[in-house]
Write a protein that binds this ligand. Structure first.
Ligand SMILES: Nc1ncnc2c1ncn2[C@@H]1O[C@H](COP(=O)(O)OP(=O)(O)OP(=O)(O)O)[C@@H](O)[C@H]1O
Length: 255
């Protein structure tokens, strides 16, 4: 297993924010992470990325305990795109993406033409090829979000953790970023609020009040009962005649 966690938990002021979560991801698998606001998705991703120390349980990356790994070794294997990421104001877009190469540089391994190519490719992947010289603070929210995704791509990680990567993006860029993630050989966990987008993943993990409520394929997980009991909405499943895909149509909230 490339990434796994065992009985993972985080408590603050006597409240269990994440409680007893165990997961294993196969190499290349895309796992959608869904759950209502406050269900613990970001906290779980932070623990899986090693930036939040668990109160209990453990995370393993490539078979090794994450807690014992050096930050640089983690960063060569895993990248996190945070929900509210920020970057120093005076930085250019290209420089922001170049920072993704940092874990691979050392006194013996300086910047190379290969690093330039990786950065150029990452900018193209998020449709920002012409933005390299722009200053970060002049970008729109969606453009900034795409820069953060490009930086994570430039890290060339085996595991990509994305916390609501589409929340600031227009529909075209939402779809192109999700399609890009699906195409990557990388293992990925993608926290999403759009339940229709989550059904594009290989499996879906549902968090409710910090606990793992269910995990399985989209057809196993997405039921009217789950929509009602976890998300408090009524939903019906329609079939798109274009490709026979199931689409959820939401109705009134149940409360
Ligand atoms: N440092 C903290 N101190 C106290 N409570 C916290 C702390 N961090 C998170 N929480 C609480 O933990 C719960 C889970 O937060 P988290 O951000 O993980 O949820 P989420 O599922 O990502 O939510 P959203 O969908 O709104 O982004 C929330 O109720 C939040 O208020």
């Amino acid at each position: 297993m490339i990434l796994s966690c065992h009985e993972l938990g985080w408590r603050v002021r006597n409240r269990a924010i994440v409680n007893d979560v165990s997961l294993s991801l196969r190499p290349g698998e895309k796992l959608g992470l869904i759950g209502p606001n406050g269900s613990g998705k970001s906290t779980l991703l932070h623990m899986l990325a090693g930036i939040q120390k668990p109160s209990r349980g453990r995370v393993e990356l490539d078979g090794a305990p994450l807690a014992k790994m050096r930050q640089r070794d983690i960063a060569q294997r895993l990248a996190l795109v945070e929900q509210h990421a920020d970057t120093a104001d005076r930085i250019t877009v290209r420089h922001a993406v170049e920072l993704g190469r940092t874990p691979w540089l050392s006194a013996l391994r300086g910047w190379s033409a290969g690093d330039d190519d990786i950065v150029t490719q990452a900018l193209a992947d998020v449709d920002l090829s012409g933005f390299g010289d722009r200053h970060w603070h002049t970008l729109s929210g969606g453009e900034q979000q795409r820069v953060h995704i490009a930086r994570a791509l430039a890290q060339r990680p085996q595991v990509l953790l994305l916390d609501e990567p589409t929340n600031h993006l227009d529909i075209r860029h939402q779809l192109s970023i999700l399609e890009l993630i699906q195409r990557l050989p990388t293992t990925a966990i993608i926290a999403l609020h759009d339940l229709n987008q989550a059904t594009l993943c290989d499996r879906i993990c549902v968090l409710q009040d910090g606990k793992l409520r269910a995990i399985g394929t989209p057809s196993e997980i997405m039921t009217e009962t789950l929509l009602r009991e976890v998300f408090g909405v009524c939903g019906h499943f329609l079939v798109d005649p274009a490709d026979n895909a199931q689409v959820i149509r939401f109705h009134t909230a149940t409360y």
